[in-house]
Design a protein around this ligand. Structure first.
Ligand SMILES: Nc1ncnc2c1ncn2[C@@H]1O[C@H](COP(=O)(O)OP(=O)(O)OP(=O)(O)O)[C@@H](O)[C@H]1O
Length: 258
């Protein structure tokens, strides 16, 4: 592991922390080590992009951080809460109340309207919608005239913006995105990234995304590079060019998409 990736004990507030996280699949000769001891901090109010070659463990890291998958060893903290100490019920409540998710496959409920999809997590949690906040998210994402449409009546970009609004609606502490712009055109992708950027700049939320796209990564404050289940590099204030350079250096076989 590179010295860059070590947690900084003096860092202000940490929104999420992975400590010596390992994840293996299978057993015996067929064991696959997806994460080989990852330690990393994600500071509150910061936008981080996780990058690396295919199979390097990005999605696994994200899923463990977000409490969607259990690590084999090591721990994950969201704020001061150690996820490994939570019961299933507590984990469900934490995911619902403190975490927002945006995935490449939008995971919208087909029978609900856009607005019903957006407020669904809050409705399930029995929480009231902060109308002023919701209005600003909907306006910002250009969704105000699409709210009564069902997902099948929306374009891919619009569906992803609905998924993004759903993640933002409850003002979670931290938003995780697994290739949130993976199948969007550059215009829709720019809109999604801008609102994630605004969530950080204007509302001091924390955003962590996995991406293959150096342009998407350039919206982040920091890029963490994974290779073979380890953090091998880190870049602050990335530009698409500096990200591309580091990716080439990581693995010459990397195929840069986008
Ligand atoms: N359920 C699983 N069972 C077995 N092996 C798995 C499973 N999920 C992931 N892996 C393996 O773990 C390693 C890391 O996978 P992961 O999906 O985290 O990589 P990634 O960097 O997100 O890849 P990509 O960029 O292609 O999405 C890979 O070798 C993968 O084949």
């Amino acid at each position: 592991m590179s010295a860059h990736a070590a947690p900084d004990p003096t860092s202000a507030e940490v929104a999420a922390r992975a400590v010596n996280l390992t994840k293996t699949y299978g057993s015996g000769e067929t064991t696959v080590t997806a994460l080989g001891g990852v330690t990393a901090d994600f500071a509150r109010g910061e936008f981080t992009a996780i990058m690396g070659p295919s199979g390097s463990g990005k999605s696994t890291l994200m899923h463990c951080l977000a409490g969607l998958d259990a690590a084999t060893s090591g721990s994950v903290l969201i704020g001061d809460t150690d996820l490994t100490e939570l019961s299933d019920k507590q984990m469900t409540a934490l995911r619902r109340d403190r975490i927002g998710f945006v995935f490449q496959a939008f995971n919208l409920v087909p029978t609900l309207t856009a607005l019903e999809n957006i407020t669904l997590p809050l409705d399930i949690a029995g929480r009231k919608v902060d109308q002023a906040w919701l209005d600003s998210v909907l306006t910002r994402l250009g969704l105000t005239d699409r709210l009564t449409h069902r997902p099948s009546e929306l374009s891919g970009g619009q569906q992803q913006r609905v998924a993004c609004a759903r993640a933002l609606a409850g003002q979670p502490e931290i938003i995780f995105g697994d290739e949130p712009t993976g199948n969007l055109d550059s215009h829709s992708s720019g809109e999604v990234l801008s609102i994630l950027r605004a969530a950080v700049d204007e509302f001091r939320q924390t955003v962590v995304i996995v991406t293959h796209d150096p342009r998407a990564a350039s919206y982040a404050d920091r890029v963490v590079f994974l290779a073979d289940g380890q953090i091998v590099d880190e870049l602050r204030e990335p530009t698409a060019d500096t990200v591309l350079d580091r990716m080439k250096g990581l693995d010459t076989r990397v195929q840069v998409r986008g």
